[in-house]
Write a protein that binds this ligand. Structure first.
Ligand SMILES: [Zn+2]
Ligand SMILES: [Zn+2]
Length: 352
């Protein structure tokens, strides 16, 4: 038998309303009811992700996102009820969600192999079904992760982006202590990747363009990283690095020029790891990669073990949360999107 404490009735939710730019608004919705194997949670904090911003601006590459949907996939909250078939939660217990959800079938090569993010049936809750920019959310129990009782839900709402950085740096990049690492793109993923790389003992440089200087690069500097500004009016990254050997370059920028230049920056037998998506096709001089035996890798999203590690890092206070986030009430969620679009804020978090 399921159990729901204090059914709330009507809820506020920040929803996409159409496949158009800036068609996001605060709406009143009926409270969802948890069905079989589902849990109802009160959302405490929900981050605005780069992908939410792409959806908000109706950018190319996000056609699969529903035209009407409650956004939000980076969040933490507390359990307030559950449907039948659920027996592992207590009222008030804190939890976060695995955002990219696979089929979890035993016969699925990817889900059974721990790579749920590559499942052919994968979907993101908050893009392909209703997400967490709302007062309450219903989640399939199999995608919920318990949080330590004393974790701050602002910190815990960074679990998903940190899990992506963990997968990129700790699973895919083979960074060793003392390595010289360049992280291109000082967005949240770039900065979290830089923190993970520093944790492995690397010497990290973060690069960005002039528009990144006031907030993103300033934040990177504040938390102790060397930064370089590239792009129009600035010397190329190759010149600025002045032939220093770069062991690993991580592209978190999504700018195709970065990847085109990367081949000539990484030392022979070095690694390029791509965690970004590109709005256009990338042209690469593969001969440079081959002749230098550069290892070009990609990494996509994250899976459960990365989430579990991310929760540990956040709980241990290893991420300088206050420097990265700005909190907005759910009612002012639109302002969070507008300020994110103008790059006035690194990571907006909605207090739901
Ligand atoms: Zn995200
Ligand atoms: Zn699957």
């Amino acid at each position: 038998m399921g159990r729901v404490i204090e059914q709330g009735g009507i809820l506020k939710a920040l929803r996409r309303q159409a496949r158009e730019a800036r068609a996001v608004a605060l709406e009143q919705i009926d409270e969802p009811t948890p069905g079989h194997q589902e849990v109802l949670l009160e959302v405490r904090h929900c981050g605005v992700c780069g992908s939410d911003l792409h959806v908000y601006l109706n950018h190319k590459g996000y056609e699969s996102v529903l035209p009407q949907v409650t956004l939000g996939h980076e969040w933490a909250g507390v359990v307030v009820g559950w449907g039948d078939g659920v027996d592992r939660w207590q009222e008030g217990q804190a939890a976060t969600m695995i955002a990219l959800q696979g089929c979890l079938g035993d016969d699925c090569h990817y889900c059974s192999g721990g790579l749920t993010q590559l499942c052919p049936e994968r979907r993101v809750q908050g893009l392909h079904l209703d997400g967490a920019m709302a007062e309450r959310i219903v989640v399939d129990d199999r995608y919920l992760l318990p949080l330590p009782t004393d974790i701050d839900t602002v910190a815990a709402s960074l679990t998903e982006p940190l899990s992506v950085a963990d997968h990129c740096i700790n699973d895919c990049s083979e960074i060793e202590s003392g390595d010289r690492v360049v992280i291109c793109g000082p967005g949240v993923i770039g900065i979290l990747c830089a923190l993970m790389a520093r944790q492995r003992g690397a010497n990290v440089v973060i690069t960005g363009i002039e528009a990144d200087e006031p907030v993103r690069l300033a934040t990177a500097k504040k938390i102790g990283f060397e930064t370089m500004t590239v792009g129009e009016g600035h010397p190329s990254l190759t010149e600025q690095l002045a032939e220093k050997a770069i062991d690993v370059l991580v592209d978190a920028s999504g700018a195709s020029q970065v990847l085109e230049e990367a081949a000539g920056i990484v030392r022979p037998d070095g690694t390029i790891c791509v965690v970004a998506l590109y709005p256009e096709r990338v042209t690469l001089d593969f001969n440079v990669l081959v002749r230098n035996q550069v290892d070009l890798r990609t990494c996509y999203a994250s899976s459960r073990p990365n989430y579990e590690k991310a929760i540990k890092y956040l709980h241990a206070g290893e991420i300088p949360i206050e420097d990265l986030v700005r909190i907005y009430p759910l009612e002012e969620g639109l302002r969070a999107f507008e300020e994110a679009e103008r790059q006035e804020v690194l990571k907006p978090i909605l207090a739901c």
